[in-house]
Design a protein around this ligand. Structure first.
Ligand code: ADE
Length: 240
């Protein structure tokens, strides 16, 4: 998969050299390019923004600079992603869909955002998604670009060493939060690992983990429980 990130702070994306994403890049599974938006400015000051029409606080990013950048970077297959607190919530389902794309282009806005005609223009020519990390305001789209690239890259075949670890995690197929996990030592500062996990009884361990996932989800994310397909619940689930 090819991913292009366009930002006025390309150094922000340096973390994508590290860990699993960094390895996916060196192994060729992820062809990632980070660009400086100012390379597409045409004035001495390398201006990317201007005051908003209609007045108001802050600055808005100019459509002409973004247009030149995106025309250069986007292939005809590109899916353009524009992080914004006004976007659709970014979810694991969205990450799964994006993992099937040929090219993702992330346009990182700053200030009060990007002139709305940019999304309008590219939506008329291909796929564009404005996405939000959550209900809070960040200073720009760079953190969202890091989040999206990491969430998508780990779904690409070959990036995560053991694909089984993708199956049981939170927001996975079960639609539940993940159960709590433990490792050695079995006793730490008077906190003991639950006995069942030391029992070697596979069926009981599975049941305990499922109950924990259900309880956690009910307490922390009741919205996920209501959204569950009842067909995915077994007889014991309803007793938890
Ligand atoms: N840019 C600013 N705030 C954001 C958010 N919550 N999600 C995505 N991009 C943003």
């Amino acid at each position: 998969m090819r991913v292009d990130v366009v930002s006025i702070f390309p150094e922000y994306l340096a973390a994508l050299d590290l860990s699993l994403v960094g390895k996916a890049r060196t192994s060729g599974l992820l062809d990632l390019h980070v660009h400086d938006l100012r390379d597409w400015t045409d004035d001495r000051h390398r201006t990317v923004d201007d005051t908003p029409f209609g007045g108001g606080a802050g600055m808005v990013m100019r459509p002409d600079v973004w247009g030149r950048a995106l025309d250069d970077v986007m292939t005809p297959d590109a899916h353009l992603l524009v992080p914004s607190p006004a976007g659709r919530p970014f979810t694991q389902r969205m990450a799964e869909e994006l993992a099937g794309e040929q090219q993702l282009v992330v346009a990182c806005g700053r200030y009060e955002g990007i002139d709305a005609r940019v999304v309008e223009h590219y939506a008329g020519r291909g796929r564009v998604t404005e996405l939000s990390l959550g209900d809070y305001v960040l200073n720009g789209g760079e953190v969202a670009a890091l989040v999206v690239v990491e969430a998508v890259a780990r779904l690409l075949p070959g990036v995560v060493g053991n694909p089984a670890s993708l199956v049981e995690e939170s927001h996975g197929a079960a639609g539940l939060l993940e159960y709590p996990v433990y490792t050695k030592p079995a006793s730490w500062l008077e906190h003991d690992v639950p006995d069942v996990l030391l029992s070697g009884h596979h069926a009981r361990i599975e049941r305990w983990r499922r109950d924990q996932a259900l309880e956690r989800t009910a307490r922390r994310r009741p919205d996920l429980l209501t959204a569950l397909d009842p067909a995915t619940l077994d007889r014991h689930d309803l007793e938890v």
